[in-house]
Design a protein around this ligand. Sequence first.
Ligand code: NAP
Length: 283
Amino acid sequence: MAQLLDGKAVSKVLKEEIREEIAQWKEKGVQPKLAVILVGDDPASVVYARSKQKVCEGIGMAFELFTMPGSTPEADVLAQIESLNNDQAVHGIMIELPLPKGISKEKVMSAVRPDKDVDGVHPINRGYILSGEEGLFPATPQSCIELLLRCGVQIAGKHVVIVGRGETVGKPLVFLILKHNATVTICHSKTPDLGAFTRQADILIAAVGRAKLIKKDMVKAGAIVVDAGINETPEGICGDVDFQAVQEVAELISPVPGGVGSLTTALIMRNVLKGIVLQGGTR
Ligand code: NAP
């Protein structure tokens, strides 16, 4: 029976490290701050924004929420971003998605200064992932890697099979995990005979958005399985992996909830601290 890749436990350690780093910045006269822009009243976005605020309060990071009605013109959202770009007291900016109709996600994402783009979605940061330069990178792919490393898994030399090439998780993960010297295979909806690929994985990472897509017979005995999927089903939240069955063959497996998703908020906060350095702050 597989052991758990315990995201909650890793998140606790990460938050403690971040809290300490924030305290060090404060001693140097810098109060790290995250600003979140929420346009409209999408209920999930409201919950996400509030949960970030709670985490910030717990670790000593300043937080400010800018709420704008759903009818706000795009130009006003861009003006708000510009004002935060120029505000030296703000080190990280996040825009809650989805944005209301009529506001271009691409324009908004590109308007955030790359060194304050803690979601890692600006085209410049996406380019840095490819080039291997330092930048701000998306939290969920980082969570997959952090979860593995902090649970003692060696990535170098392993065959990592990623299912999903989405812009948020799968695609950036390919390049981030290559940096750790894995051999990477990426699968997607047009991959014929998915199981033939997933069965070759030493480390299998699912980032698809299809409940229980990965079955027991698609996983090699002793493989390490990371499930980044979040799917709402009538039975509750579940991942892309058929956890109950796959845990019988895997060596390590991340649960949903309690796995990858538990680390993402902490990693956004870590991006805020990295942003301070990219903005010229010296540790
Ligand atoms: P996405 O952009 O919709 O990408 C999904 C990917 O899965 C696509 O590349 C798609 O292939 C592939 N796919 C779909 N059906 C498939 C199938 N039957 N077999 C193989 N591949 C298939 O999704 P995303 O934004 O990257 O998110 C992926 C998952 O991560 C979702 O469940 C999402 O909720 C979750 N997520 C979790 C967190 C977290 O904090 N844990 C954060 C963000 C997202 P094509 O490219 O061919 O269409």
